[in-house]
Each structure stands twice: as C-alpha cells, then as structure tokens.
Design a protein around this ligand. Structure first.
Ligand code: TMP
Length: 215
C-alpha cells in the first residue's frame, strides 16, 4: 500500500496558516495529488465537539493540564478516524496545527513542563508525528494585529480565547516554535510569514515538493 504524506502548518495568531493551506491544497491537486485539509483542535465530529469546549467563549474554564488532555483527546480521534485512514489510502493530509501547537502554546507559552507533554504524547500517539512541519514565523505584534482585523471582518467571531493573551505569551510561543524547529531540523522548516502571500506559498510548495521527491 502506498503511504501518504502528513504535513502540518504551525504558527502563532495571524500567521496566515489558513490561506496557505488553501493555496497548498490547490497546488497539490493541480499536480494530481489527492489532498485532505483538516485542522486541530477538530477535524472529526467528536474532535470538533472538543474544539468548542476549548476555544469558544462559553466552553468552560479548564486547568492547564485538563486543557492538554482535551487537546490530546481530540487529537487521538483525529489521528485514528481521519489522518491514518487517509494516509493509508496514499493521500496527502495537511493539518492546520498538531502536537507542536501543544508544545508551543501549553509548554513554551503557559509553562507546563515539556516532559509531561512528551509523556502524554507518547502514551496517546505512540510516536506518530508529521512527515513535514512548516512553521509560519511572524513577529507577535504584527500577527495579533492581523488576526484581530480578520475577526472584525467576519472571521471566527466566537473563537477568541487564545488571542487575548498578552504579548509576552506570544513572544514565548514564537520562541517555543523556533526551539522545536531547532531540535527537529529534518521535520520542521521555518517560513518567514512577513513575505507576501504568493512568495510564502511558493516557499511552502517548494518544501513540500522537496519532501515528496526525497521519499
Ligand atoms: P486556530 O486559531 O489556529 O484555529 O487554533 C485554535 C486555538 O487553539 C489557537 O489559539 C491555538 C490553540 N491551540 C492550543 O493552545 N494547543 C493546541 O494543541 C492546539 C491544537 C491549538
């Protein structure tokens, strides 16, 4: 059976992931690839229910560890019900966020010990990681301004919990992503998200085609 390719896009608020995922999906489909675009938290009916608990205004107040466990509960369902079956059919799966978001937000951002997150990850996913992770890097001020503008123009109006956190949090988050990329250079690639949409899309497509041809 041909094995597909699992790609994740990561980054702070306003880094432009959604637009880039649409662009990448279009490019890959033009080349004849079968592509599934998905997101975290979410991606399956059960995981989308958990998303509501995590990101909506009235979703509840969770302790940091409870929050991590909810992200992983959603992730298990996403991996088992959607990602692995699609990969087994030889598809390319592109996910807007995955475990690196938990590493960056809950550990680098909120200070949960990294080894606890890795222990939960090992237990829940048994070493399952993306083949390629593209980290859209942007200075937090610019990113937050962009994302607030998006919300004003009719974006995800119910989903504002995480964007209200302070600038220091977003700086730690950015550093968290840079550290992940530093530790895993074979899997992760940093993309400068200040560039224009088309330039960024070109860089992302290049990284993906490089990964495909290296396999
Ligand atoms: P989104 O804004 O990219 O749709 O993601 C929803 C929010 O959830 C975003 O602020 C990041 C946050 N998040 C975490 O804190 N940890 C995680 O593991 C994931 C997947 C998302």
């Amino acid at each position: 059976m041909t094995k597909g390719l699992f790609i994740t896009l990561e980054g702070g608020e306003g880094s432009g992931k959604s637009t880039q995922i649409e662009r990448l999906k279009e490019r890959l489909e033009k080349q004849g690839y079968d592509v599934v675009a998905t997101r975290e938290p979410g991606g399956t009916p059960e995981a989308e229910k958990i998303r509501d608990l995590l990101v909506q205004r009235d979703g509840g107040r969770w302790t940091p560890m409870a929050e991590v466990l909810l992200f992983f509960t959603a992730r298990i369902m996403h991996v088992e019900d959607l990602i692995k079956p699609a990969l087994a059919e030889g598809k390319i799966v592109i996910s807007d966020r995955f475990t690196d978001s938990t590493r960056a937000y809950q550990s680098a951002g909120h200070g949960l010990p990294a080894d606890q997150i890795e222990a939960i990850n090992a237990l829940c996913l048994n070493g399952f990681e993306p083949d390629l992770t593209l980290i859209l890097d942007i200075d937090p001020k610019t990113g937050i301004e962009r994302s607030l503008k998006e919300n004003q123009t009719g974006g995800t109006e119910n989903e504002d919990r995480f964007e209200k956190l302070d600038l220091r949090f977003h700086e730690n988050l950015r550093q968290g992503y840079l550290d992940i990329a530093g530790h895993e250079p074979a899997r992760c690639k940093i993309i400068d998200a200040r560039d224009g949409i088309t330039q960024i899309a070109d860089q992302i497509a290049q990284s993906v085609f490089d990964k495909i041809s290296a396999r």
